[in-house]
Design a protein around this ligand. Structure first.
Ligand code: FES
Length: 158
């Protein structure tokens, strides 16, 4: 049996209680992500079959909602705060620097899977705006220059 077949069977088993008429696409995607930590590509076909939807619809939902990851969790996850206080204080410059220095965008990991970037919501620590979270730890306030230094530090430590 191939790895893909094994994964297909495992996901089918995981989704055995989901029924097409329930329309619980997000619930099915959450179940898959809870099991694997992300949504593997093969899951789109299995979820689509189980819920009698098109793969395009399943893929569309998985990519539309920022809580879903399409890649495995990286060793270091950087969350960029999209909240209003961070935006007012220049978080767009922080985002551009993160994307440019890491060479990835939200929901992606670097090729070696060591660093990943995700879109995050305000967690109430706005006094550190604009900020990011590195594996859940607040880092801020940041400027474009200090973001560049932070990325270098994370790359060196990775
Ligand atoms: S807006 Fe960024 S932490 Fe509150």
């Amino acid at each position: 049996m191939t790895v893909d077949n094994e994964a297909t069977l495992e996901i089918q088993h995981l989704l055995r209680d989901f029924r097409p008429q329930d329309g619980d696409l997000l619930g099915a995607l959450h179940a898959v992500q809870h099991r694997y930590g992300y949504i593997p590509r093969i899951a789109f076909r299995v979820v689509a079959r189980q819920l009698r939807l098109s793969e395009a619809k399943v893929y569309g939902a998985a990519t539309f909602y920022s809580e879903f990851r399409l890649t495995p969790s990286p060793a270091t996850l950087v969350g960029w705060c999209s909240g209003p206080a961070c935006r007012l204080k220049g978080s767009e410059g922080v985002r551009r620097m993160l994307e440019s220095r890491l060479g990835i965008t939200f929901g992606e990991n670097t090729g070696d899977n060591k660093l990943g970037l995700h879109f995050a919501q305000c967690n109430g620590t706005c006094e550190y705006a604009p900020q990011v979270w590195v594996n859940g730890e607040v880092v801020g306030p940041l400027t474009a220059a200090s973001t560049s230094d932070l990325v270098q530090k994370l790359k060196d430590e990775a």
